[in-house]
Design a protein. Structure first.
Length: 613
C-alpha cells in the first residue's frame, strides 16, 4: 500500500518550506573528515571534537548520549562528557577493541546505534565493528565511572550469524538497536539483512533470512530486508529503517509479520523516531516527516549537502546517521556525521503571532479580554499595552495567553504581543487598537462564564463584560448548589465559583453606576457535568510527573489521546495531541498555581490536579 500520491510527490520539495523549524548546531566543532578528538575531560558542548559520530539517544534524566568513533559521550546542559571508551586519538593502536571495563579503560570498535532501557536507564550499544551488543550501566554521577559489559555476541573481525545464548550468538555489523518496555532488545543486523531479538538470555532471528537481501513482505524468515539500519519500538510493532529498500517496514511483534509502512518518497532512511502522530526520518542529507499518510521534506535538501544552520529546507547537512526526540527540550536532535556535529531541529514551526479583543470600543473600567490566537503552539507570551493607564483583572498577568484588562483613562491604546517557542519568536503591534470613552449613561449589563460546561468542583470565572463602567455588581445563581471561592463573592466584578453538583445553572447580573442600573439573566448559561470519570478508567494509569512542576511536565497515559490543561479558573491554557509514548509540556511560561489536566482518549477521560510553582 502506498501512502503518498503522485500529487504529494510533486509538491514534496516545497510543501514543508513554509514551516519555520530552525536547524542549529547543538554540540561539536564542525569539520569534515575524521580523527579529531577532545580527550577525557569535561568540555563545553560547543567545543567538543567528535570523530565520525553515529548514534544518538536520550536517557530518562534528559542526558543525551552520542556514539563516537571508539567511545560514547553524554551531553547535558552545556557539558559534553566522555562517558566510556578510548579518550585519545582514534587512530592510536588499541583504540579500537572489545574490552569490558569502566570509563575510558573500556574499548569499543565503531559503536553505532544506542538505546536506553526504560526500566533500568542502562544504555544498550550496537558495537558494529566488534559484531556485539554492549551494555553501559546507568549514570550515577561524574565521579562514578560507568561500567561496560558485553550483553550478547562473540567478538568477530568478520561478522557471521548464529542464534542461541547471548554468549554464543553471532552478528554481522549490528547497527541499530531498540529496547521495549519489557526489556526485550531488538537489533537491526545490517549485513545479515535481518532483525534479531534478545530476550531471556537468548538471541533469535524474528524477521528476514540471514545473508539474503530483498524486498519481500512475509512472516519471519520468509520476509526480506536490505541492509536495515535502525528501528524503533512502536507499541506492539517495530518500525524499521530499511536502508537498501528505501522504505520503512513494519513488524508485528505478535506474529513477526512484516509489511510495508512507507515505500515511496524515501532515499536511504538511516534512523527514525516518533513524536506524537508524526514519524521523523533521517536520510543522508535531510529529515523527512510522515504524518496523516503524507510524507514531506522537513529539514535539509534531498540533493544538496553542506553545513548550514537555517530554517527548514534551507538548512544543509552532510551525512545524517541518527535522530532522537528529546521530550524535555522539545527538540529533535540529529547526528551529522559528515560535519562531526550534533544538530538540533524544532519539531514545531516558528509561531505566527495574532490576537483578538472582546471589543475595540470600551468605556473606562469596562472589562476587555485580550486573547492570543497565534498559530504553531507558542509557549511564551509577553503583552505590552501603551499607555500604561490600565489594570489587569482576575489575577491574569502580561505573560498569560489570555488577559483581562480595564482601562482607567479615556483615549486610544496600542497593544503588542510577542510569542515564542523553541523555533523562534514573532510579534504583532496593533496601534490605536482599543478606544476608551468616558461614561455618560447607565450601564448595560453583559457577562460570560470562562467555562460554560465545567465538571463539578472545577473553578470557573464569571466575567463582567458590561459597558458604561458599572461601579457595583450583584450576582445571583440558581439553583444554589455552588460555592464562591478565591476570596470572591456575589459583589465581585469577576467572581470565581465552583458548582457542587451536576445541573443547569441560570446566572443573573445586576450592575449599577451613578447614572442608573441594568439587569441581565442568562438561563441555563452554565451546564455542569457531574459524571465521575476516574473510577471507570482506573485500569489505565495516568502518570504525571513531576508534580509540583516548574519547567517541564511529563504525561504518560500509555495510549494516544489529547491533553487539556485548565487553570483554576477553568480557562483552557494548553491543548495538544499526543502519541502513545511520554508527552512533555513546557509549563515554565504558565502562571504559578493549581491546574487540572485532562487526558482524553478512546478509552475515556482521566484527570489530575497539577501544581505549577
Amino acid at each position: 500500500m502506498k501512502y503518498i500520491s503522485l500529487s504529494c510527490l510533486a509538491a514534496f520539495s516545497c510543501c514543508m518550506s513554509l514551516l519555520g523549524q530552525t536547524v542549529k548546531t547543538y554540540s561539536g566543532l564542525q569539520y569534515t573528515g575524521s580523527g579529531s578528538y577532545t580527550g577525557y575531560r569535561n568540555n563545553h558542548k560547543d567545543s567538543v571534537l567528535f570523530s565520525n559520530p553515529m548514534g544518538i539517544e536520550v536517557d530518562t534524566a534528559g542526558r543525551l548520549y552520542v556514539s563516537n568513533e571508539h567511545n560514547i559521550f553524554w551531553i547535558k546542559g552545556n557539558t559534553a562528557f566522555l562517558a566510556v571508551g578510548y579518550s585519545l586519538d582514534p587512530a592510536d593502536p588499541g583504540a579500537a577493541d572489545s574490552k569490558d571495563f569502566a570509563g575510558s579503560v573500556a574499548r569499543f570498535s565503531r559503536p553505532a546505534g544506542l538505546a536506553i532501557n526504560p526500566n533500568t536507564n542502562e544504555l544498550m550499544v550496537a558495537d558494529m565493528d566488534n559484531n556485539q551488543v554492549r551494555k553501559v550501566e546507568k549514570f550515577i554521577n561524574t565521579s562514578t565511572q560507568q561500567i561496560v559489559t558485553t550483553f550478547a555476541g562473540v567478538k568477530l573481525l568478520n561478522g557471521s550469524h548464529q542464534d542461541g545464548s547471548n554468549s554464543t550468538s553471532k552478528f554481522n555489523a549490528p547497527v541499530g538497536i531498540a529496547v521495549a518496555s519489557n526489556g526485550d532488545v531488538y537489533i537491526a543486523d545490517r549485513n545479515n539483512h535481518c532483525i534479531r531479538k534478545i530476550s531471556g538470555g537468548n538471541v533469535t532471528t524474528i524477521a528476514g533470512l540471514p545473508g539474503s537481501s530483498g524486498h519481500v513482505n512475509g512472516t519471519g524468515s520468509s520476509a526480506r530486508f536490505s541492509a536495515p539500519h535502525n528501528l524503533i519500538v512502536d507499541g506492539n510493532e517495530l518500525l524499521v529503517a530499511d536502508f537498501g529498500n528505501r522504505a520503512i517496514r513494519k513488524i508485528n511483534l505478535s506474529n513477526n509479520a512484516v509489511t510495508d509502512f512507507i515505500t515511496a518518497g524515501l532515499d536511504g532512511p538511516k534512523d527514525l523516531c516518533r513524536v506524537g502522530s508524526a514519524i521523523y526520518i533521517a536520510e543522508q542529507l535531510c529529515v523527512k516527516r510522515y504524518d496523516n499518510n503524507v510524507l514531506s521534506l522537513y529539514a535539509g535538501s534531498t540533493s544538496q549537502q553542506g553545513y548550514l544552520n537555517a530554517d527548514g529546507v534551507a538548512a544543509r547537512f552532510e551525512n545524517l546517521t541518527g535522530i532522537v526526540y528529546h521530550t524535555k527540550d522539545q527538540l529533535l536532535y540529529v547526528v551529522d556525521m559528515g560535519n562531526n556535529v550534533v544538530r538540533s531541529i524544532s519539531p514545531n514551526a516558528r509561531p505566527v503571532c495574532s490576537f483578538t479583543t472582546s471589543t475595540t470600543s470600551a468605556t473606562k473600567g469596562q472589562t476587555v479580554i485580550l486573547r492570543n490566537t497565534s498559530i504553531n503552539k507558542p509557549t511564551v507570551f509577553k503583552w505590552t499595552i501603551t499607555p500604561s493607564s490600565y489594570a489587569l483583572l482576575n489575577n491574569t498577568k502580561l505573560s498569560d495567553s489570555l488577559i483581562y484588562v480595564a482601562f482607567s483613562q479615556t483615549g486610544t491604546y496600542s497593544v503588542k504581543l510577542f510569542v515564542s517557542n523553541t523555533s523562534g519568536g514573532d510579534s504583532l503591534l496593533k496601534s490605536n487598537y482599543v478606544s476608551v470613552t468616558s461614561v455618560t449613561a447607565p450601564p448595560v449589563a453583559d457577562f460570560n462564564a470562562s467555562n460554560t460546561a465545567p465538571k463539578t468542583n472545577v473553578v470557573i470565572s464569571l466575567v463582567d463584560m458590561s459597558t458604561n463602567t458599572p461601579t457595583s455588581w450583584k450576582w445571583r445563581i440558581s439553583p444554589p448548589n455552588f460555592i464562591w471561592v478565591n476570596g470572591t463573592d456575589s459583589t465581585s466584578q469577576i467572581p470565581n465559583v465552583k458548582f457542587t453538583n451536576g445541573n443547569n445553572f441560570t446566572i443573573t447580573l445586576i450592575v449599577t453606576n451613578n447614572e442608573g442600573a441594568d439587569t441581565l439573566t442568562k438561563v441555563d448559561h452554565v451546564k455542569v457535568n457531574s459524571m465521575s470519570v476516574e473510577p471507570r478508567y482506573a485500569q489505565k494509569a495516568l502518570s504525571v510527573y513531576p508534580n509540583p512542576a516548574r519547567d517541564m511536565l511529563y504525561i504518560d497515559a500509555g495510549e494516544q489521546g489529547s491533553i487539556e490543561l485548565l487553570s483554576a479558573y477553568g480557562e483552557l491554557v494548553h491543548r495538544e495531541e499526543t502519541g502513545s509514548g511520554v508527552a512533555g509540556i513546557d509549563v515554565s511560561g504558565f502562571g504559578k498555581g493549581a491546574y487540572v489536566l485532562y487526558y482524553k482518549s478512546s478509552s475515556g477521560i482521566r484527570s489530575k490536579k497539577i501544581i505549577i510553582y
